[in-house]
Design a protein around this ligand. Structure first.
Ligand code: ADP
Ligand code: MG
Length: 347
């Protein structure tokens, strides 16, 4: 949170647009044979034999991230991750990304270097080619738009609309941590405003803060499902909270569902931080957002293949559409599921 006053600050204009792009992208190596031409021409050239998945996300300063606690390297990393998550949610392999950045001249080149260091790390870890983008100036702040491309065999694509009554509703990992991490960071930001010498102690919140600042996309789950020979009947990634993703999946599949409150996976740090903030942990898991876990449905026949896996939790059942969408609470009452969506739209 402390700005280093000795940081080197090189003006963007010192390099010029072309020099800047070269400078930022010089380390990117092409890894996939489907990338025929990457950065450097008017457009990239790709060559696929499979079906292609394409997805875009736009991140806007002040709306999707706050630079007072989001390190720029993490921002670069996260901007790639949120897109890869959408590719994996189609049961596809992510292969390429393009990166478009609009930046005001209050950012020195070192800031862009930090963003690109994060992008490079994500590209390395997830085995992705960075094949192009656009760079332009902005009057207001920083915008990053990433487009991700992936490939998948035609018969392996998983849409949101394939869930059938009696299917099991399954989620990877645990939920609500990114939202609680954000609550902690917001609180520390307020403390810092009042007393800049007060260094925050984030030690008790390491996991949830990391889930907010450095999320991962569940490439491993796509690999696992393929190894287990489980093809989900429907799938979606959890970016806006479990509740609204269940509603999207059920609406598109024309089904209902029962979600069991006591089955929702929560990390102990989420539970303890919810107690500290006096927030209900189920509300956080349902409406928090930014978990980037995968929510999917499988047939009952596939249950034995996944049941022993600690990364996967069965949280409910798909019902007929006319039965509606319900949360079965710990007290065994049945209440209609509501989507509160994510705070971007509630603010
Ligand atoms: P054009 O004027 O045709 O849009 P640019 O000068 O913007 O071309 O881009 C030149 C090359 O650099 C292209 O291959 C483009 O995809 C790539 N590029 C531009 N900006 C970025 C960026 N921020 N990240 C990665 N590649 C970029
Ligand atoms: Mg351009």
């Amino acid at each position: 949170m402390i700005e280093d006053k000795n940081q080197q600050r090189t003006q963007l204009s010192d390099l010029g647009e072309f020099g800047l792009i070269d400078h930022l992208t010089k380390n990117f190596k092409i890894k996939h044979s489907t990338t025929i031409k990457g950065i450097g021409d008017d457009a990239a050239v790709l060559d696929f034999k499979k079906q292609i998945v394409v997805t875009t996300d736009l991140l806007v300063e002040g709306v999707h991230f706050d630079l007072s606690y989001m390190p720029l390297k993490h921002l670069g990393y996260k901007s790639v991750i949120v897109n890869l998550s959408d590719v994996y949610a189609m049961n596809a392999k992510a292969t390429q990304v393009t990166i478009s950045i609009a930046v005001s001249n209050r950012f020195p080149i070192e800031a862009l270097e930090a963003i690109y260091a994060g992008i490079e790390t994500a590209a390395k870890i997830y085995n992705i080619d960075v094949i192009g983008g656009d760079t332009t100036s902005s009057n207001t702040g920083l915008l990053i738009s990433v487009t991700a491309i992936g490939e998948v065999e035609a018969d392996q694509v998983v849409y949101r609309n394939g869930a059938k009554p009696n299917d099991l509703l399954v989620v990877s990992g645990d939920l609500g941590a990114a939202y609680m991490g954000l609550q902690v960071l917001e609180r520390e930001k307020e403390v810092f405003k009042v007393n800049p010498n007060n260094q925050p102690d984030l030690e008790p919140y390491t996991y949830i803060v990391e889930r907010q600042l450095k999320p991962e996309a569940r490439k491993d789950i796509i690999k696992l499902l393929s190894e287990l020979e489980v093809k989900p009947t429907a799938m979606i990634d959890i970016s806006d909270g479990l509740s609204s993703e269940i509603m999207h999946l059920c609406k598109q599949s024309k089904v209902g569902c029962d979600l069991y409150e006591n089955k929702i996976p929560l990390d102990p740090q989420v539970i303890s931080t919810c107690e500290e903030f006096n927030i209900d942990s189920t509300t956080v898991a349902l409406n928090g957002g930014e978990d980037y876990e995968l929510l999917f449905t499988i047939t009952q026949q596939d249950f034995p293949k996944i049941k022993a896996n600690p990364n996967l939790s069965v949280i409910g059942f798909i019902k007929e559409e006319k039965e509606g969408l319900h949360l079965i609470t710990r007290a065994d009452t049945k209440i209609p599921l509501k989507a509160q969506g994510w705070k971007n739209f509630n603010d």
